[in-house]
Design a protein around this ligand. Structure first.
Ligand code: HEM
Length: 230
């Protein structure tokens, strides 16, 4: 069956792809920064301090990120509404059932990731879920991000909730990368499976990188170092 797309859906898919790419860039950059925890407190706290010293540039990056999240969600909602209106009832084609299943999975994982990001900001950025985390300072008197992360992931419930959300984030990423490749024209028999495989490997590497942090802390591979002040 040939499927003619409306110009508005092509624009919406381009917005999804572009905003998805911005968010993907942040997820990779944030992972690289967070992995500095393996290099010790000086490395992670120094990195956090460098980011804070970016001043206005950091705010520009935050605004771009927030705009990308907003546009990604609003465009996704609009595409879901559009697909729902165009859907033949009852389901006649296997393709339609599969597309609807994938869209539903994306909507559910997307909502969980959104809830996770809100919780994560309340936890590590605004520190309202545990206000004591704001009082942790390192030997130089700066906020001790290293000990904040280590103390947090010594709690099994925090570890479990992060691992759960990161699992859904990486499932979302896996499907998102496959759809982005398809929108970019890799929808032929030769390239589609290759792009899908690459997307799967990239999502898996990101997943393992992120979940390694709570696991390493909970199992005691990464420990809180003495020093600093609470
Ligand atoms: C094990 C996983 C993660 C760890 C340990 C972690 C750690 C952190 C820490 C320590 C901060 C605060 C930095 C500071 O105040 O100096 C932070 C901020 C943030 N994290 Fe994460 N993060 C994780 C996963 C994620 C994921 C998967 C996302 C996105 C989907 C994310 C999005 C953010 C955002 C948006 C901020 C606020 C950045 C800002 O200050 O503008 N984080 N994270």
């Amino acid at each position: 069956m040939t499927c003619v797309q409306k110009p508005s859906s092509i624009v919406k898919k381009a917005v999804m792809g572009l905003t998805g790419l911005v968010l993907f860039g942040f997820i990779v950059g944030h992972l690289i920064g967070n992995l500095l925890i393996y290099a010790g407190p000086e490395a992670l706290n120094g990195y956090a301090l460098t980011l804070r010293h970016l001043g206005e540039l950091l705010w520009v990056a935050r605004i771009v990120l927030l705009a990308a999240v907003g546009a990604h969600i609003l465009t996704a909602m609009s595409l879901v509404r559009e697909n729902r209106r165009a859907r033949p009832t009852p389901y006649q084609f296997q393709d339609t059932i599969q597309t609807t299943y994938a869209a539903r999975t994306m909507a559910v994982s997307g909502l969980v990731v959104l809830a996770y990001i809100i919780y994560h900001l309340l936890h590590f950025t605004f520190r309202v879920t545990n206000p004591h985390l704001s009082h942790l300072t390192d030997a130089n008197g700066h906020h001790d991000v290293y000990r904040m992360v280590v103390f947090s992931f010594q709690n099994p419930w925090i570890c479990a909730s992060y691992i759960f959300a990161l699992t859904l984030l990486c499932m979302h990423l896996n499907h998102g990368l496959a759809s982005a490749a398809q929108s970019l024209g890799a929808n032929n028999q030769k390239w589609e499976p290759r792009f899908k495989k690459a997307g799967c490997i990239i999502s898996l590497i990101i997943y393992l990188g992120y979940i390694s942090i709570p696991i390493a802390i909970y199992t005691g591979i990464i420990k809180a170092v003495p020093g600093g002040h609470l």
